[in-house]
Ligand binder design. Structure first.
Ligand SMILES: C[S@@+](CC[C@H](N)C(=O)[O-])C[C@H]1O[C@@H](n2cnc3c(N)ncnc32)[C@H](O)[C@@H]1O
Length: 272
C-alpha cells in the first residue's frame, strides 16, 4: 500500500465503524439524509457549506455528468447529486474509501446517482471529454505531480465545462505544523503556493474565472465548531474514525496552521 492510502484507510471496515457510531448516538440508518453524514463524509475545511459554494459555480442540472477527483467517502459527490439531481462519478486512490462511499450512498438512497472507483488522479481512467464538469476538494495537497492532475482534468472535461478546485495551499506564515489531517509528516504533503496554482491551472489549459481565498472563513468555521463542541459535545461520528488517536492533535495543528497563515484555503473556478 502506498503512503497516502496507508494514511487515509484507517483500520478498514469503515462503513461498519460509521454505522456503529451513528447507531450508538441513536440515529436510524433507514432514515438518514446526506447531511447527517456531513461530519465524517465532507472531509475538508468548511464541510458541506464549501461543497455547495463550489457547486453553485458548476452549472449543474439533472443532465450533468460530473467527475469528483479524490472523492474520499463520497460526501461532496452525494451533496451534488442530492441538491442538483446530477450524476457524479467519484475516483479515489484509497480503495477502502471507495467501498465505504458505495455503502453510505445506498444508506441515503443516492446509489443510482453516484458511482465510485479506485484510481489515480494523475492518470485518470476515463476517455477524453467524458464529463460536463469536474471538481477536486482537498486532494492535490497529497500529490507532488499536480501538473498531471490538472492536465488530466482538462483532458476529461468537455470544452467549456467547469473545473472547480478547492484546496489547502502553502501560506506565507512559515512551515506547516504536523501531524495535520492530510499528512503526519512532510513526506506526503505537497502544498502549492497561490502563485504556483495560477501557472499550474493555466499551463493545463484552463481559463481561471474566479479565485476565492476563504482562509478567514475557515478560521471562523473552526472557532464556531469549537464553541459548538464545548457546548454540546462532539458530533456522533468524526474523521477520528479513520485518522486514529492523534486526530485531536491534527485539528489543533490545523487551526494553528490557519491562524498563523502557514496554510490558506483557496478555491478556483476554471473553464476548460
Ligand atoms: C482530505 S481527503 C478529501 C476527500 C474528499 N474530496 C472530500 O472533500 O470529502 C483526500 C482524498 O484524496 C485522495 N487522494 C490522495 N491522492 C490521490 C490520488 N493521487 N488520486 C486520487 N485520490 C487521491 C485520498 O485517498 C483521500 O480520499
Amino acid at each position: 500500500m502506498d503512503q497516502v492510502t496507508a494514511h487515509y484507510c484507517g483500520g478498514g471496515r469503515l462503513a461498519d465503524a460509521i454505522a456503529d457510531s451513528l447507531q450508538s448516538a441513536g440515529k436510524d440508518l433507514n432514515d438518514l439524509k446526506a447531511a447527517d453524514l456531513a461530519t465524517v463524509d465532507e472531509f475538508h475545511i468548511r464541510g458541506r457549506k464549501a461543497t455547495l459554494e463550489l457547486a453553485g459555480h458548476m452549472m449543474l442540472s439533472e443532465d450533468t455528468r460530473v467527475l469528483d477527483i479524490g472523492s474520499g467517502l463520497g460526501g461532496p459527490a452525494r451533496t451534488l447529486a442530492e441538491e442538483y439531481g446530477c450524476h457524479v462519478t467519484g475516483l479515489d486512490l484509497t480503495q477502502a474509501f471507495c467501498d465505504a462511499a458505495e455503502v453510505l450512498s445506498d444508506w441515503v438512497n443516492l446509489g443510482e446517482r453516484v458511482a465510485f472507483q479506485q484510481g489515480d488522479a494523475t492518470n485518470l481512467p476515463f476517455a477524453d471529454d467524458q464529463f460536463d464538469a469536474a471538481m477536486t476538494i482537498h486532494v492535490a495537497m497529497n500529490i507532488a505531480a499536480k501538473g498531471k492532475v490538472y492536465e488530466q482534468a482538462r483532458r476529461v472535461v468537455k470544452p467549456d465545462g467547469i473545473f472547480a478546485v478547492y484546496d489547502v495551499l502553502q501560506g506565507e506564515g512559515g512551515d506547516v505544523l504536523y501531524p495535520a489531517p492530510w499528512a503526519r509528516d512532510p513526506s506526503i504533503s505537497h502544498l502549492a503556493t497561490p502563485e504556483e496554482m495560477k501557472s499550474l491551472l493555466a499551463d493545463a489549459g484552463f481559463k481561471v474565472l474566479n479565485v476565492h481565498d476563504s482562509t478567514d472563513e475557515s478560521q471562523s468555521w473552526f472557532e464556531a465548531m469549537m464553541t459548538r463542541i464545548a457546548q454540546s459535545g462532539p458530533p456522533p461520528v468524526t474523521f477520528q474514525i479513520f485518522l486514529g488517536g492523534d486526530f485531536p492533535e491534527m485539528v489543533h495543528n490545523l487551526v494553528r496552521n490557519l491562524t498563523e497563515r502557514r496554510i490558506r484555503t483557496v478555491s478556483y473556478i476554471c473553464k476548460a
